[in-house]
Ligand binder design. Structure first.
Ligand code: NAD
Ligand code: IPM
Ligand code: MN
Length: 350
């Protein structure tokens, strides 16, 4: 029995979470798996119930779980949640910090099924398969001091050698299982934290002589991601750059709605979530693409439960269904969220 804490969250979160759970439930018995889902309030839903985005009971349920599935949190611009004692975004950051989820793995793939749907020319995107390894518990998201005043505001970007080294090791270890190339992305021509980042990553690389390391500045990397995406194998970068570059990379498959992620600590529980947000503009319409959440569940099966075959069969079914033209509106189709989900389940059972 695997205990999964489920944080459906806000906006499209509950809709796409329902899809992922339906897929897991429909196929569990084929793989002699048994899941126990423990739903907990998080984000705006937590604020509505208790005034806080990350209620104590939710955090406890996360500590107690074998894995965590998260939909998305957050409201539209101007949402009353922005005035809460703990906003949805602060709740998310607090959860990542509490669980020490420093390594955020964001795979960016363009399977052949998606080639005709990509806004980028096929000759450029074909074969795209890289991973953004995003540092998730430090940098400007967490640095102190920070202050917002009436006429001035500041944030602090901080990194320690230890924080950089541990994420760099993750990136090289991942590269060793792949094409053995690491691109470290920074702004070392300007930022002190980036100068340290570059030095530490260069030192860590000496432990991995089978891998190559290149450094690239974040601005030109942003361009190269859409111009030569097949150049990349593993990109390792700090918290804010990783956030932005991975959303940019969603242009390659054509939508944020197909990109999953996994967040890991040294030894504790891992969390799996799409890279996108709560998409308030399409929430409640049964038209969100649930692939990002279904594929996040597949990553959970592979990385937390070593269920490689089950994970692969889910991934295959998702892309086979898309290949047959069953796609949601973000990819130019007219399939509803629940129709797409039903098609994936049917494909897995056929
Ligand atoms: P967003 O990722 O929610 O949406 C960006 C665009 O992508 C929107 O047009 C949306 O409709 C579309 N989109 C996203 N996911 C989709 C899907 N599965 N299917 C189809 N279309 C999809 O970004 P945003 O609008 O800037 O932010 C909305 C809220 O989400 C904010 O409150 C933000 O703080 C929050 N957010 C949360 C997370 C998270 O929970 N991890 C991540 C990012 C943003
Ligand atoms: C993400 C989101 C979060 C981040 C926000 C909601 C705090 O954009 O998970 O990518 O910036 O990390
Ligand atoms: Mn983001």
């Amino acid at each position: 029995m695997k205990k999964i804490t489920v944080l459906a969250g806000d906006g499209i979160g509950p809709e796409i979470m329902a899809s992922a759970i339906a897929v897991l439930q429909a196929t569990a018995s084929n793989y002699e798996q048994n899941f126990q889902f423990n739903n907990q309030l998080f984000g705006g839903a937590g604020i509505e119930a208790s005034g806080r985005a990350l209620p104590e009971a939710t955090l406890q349920a996360c500590y107690d779980a074998d894995a965590i599935l998260l939909g998305a949190i957050g409201g539209a611009i101007g949402s009353p949640w922005e005035k809460a004692k703990q906003t949805p975004e602060q709740g998310l950051l607090a959860l990542r910090k509490a669980l020490n989820l420093f390594a955020n793995i964001r795979p960016i793939c363009v399977p052949d099924a998606l080639l005709p749907l990509s806004p980028v020319k096929e000759a450029i995107v074909k074969g795209t398969d890289f991973i953004v390894v995003r540092e998730l518990t430090s940098g400007i998201y967490f640095g102190e001091p920070r202050q917002l005043q009436e006429t001035k505001a500041y944030d602090t970007c901080r990194y320690t050698e230890t924080e950089i080294a541990r994420i760099a090791h993750k990136a090289f270890q991942l590269a060793q299982t792949r094409r053995k190339k690491v691109t470290s992305v920074d702004k070392a021509n300007v930022l002190a934290t980036s100068k340290l980042w570059r030095k530490v990553v260069t030192d860590v690389a000496k432990d991995y002589p089978d891998c190559t390391l290149e450094h690239q500045l974040v601005d030109s990397c942003a361009m190269r991601i859409v111009q030569q995406p097949t150049d990349f194998d593993v990109i390792v970068t700090e918290n804010l750059f990783g956030d932005i570059l991975s959303d940019e990379a969603s242009v390659l498959p054509g939508t944020l709605g197909v990109l999953p992620s996994a967040s890991h600590s040294e030894n504790g529980v891992s969390l799996y979530e799409p890279i996108h947000g709560s998409a308030p503009d399409i929430a409640g319409k049964n038209c969100a693409n649930p692939a990002s959440m279904i594929l996040s569940a597949a990553l959970m099966l592979r990385q937390s439960f070593q269920e490689e075959k089950m994970a692969q069969s889910i991934e295959d079914a998702v892309f086979a269904v898309m290949n047959e033209g069953v796609v949601t509106p973000d990819l130019g189709g007219n399939a509803k969220t629940d129709e797409f989900t039903a098609a994936v389940i049917k494909k897995m059972q056929s």
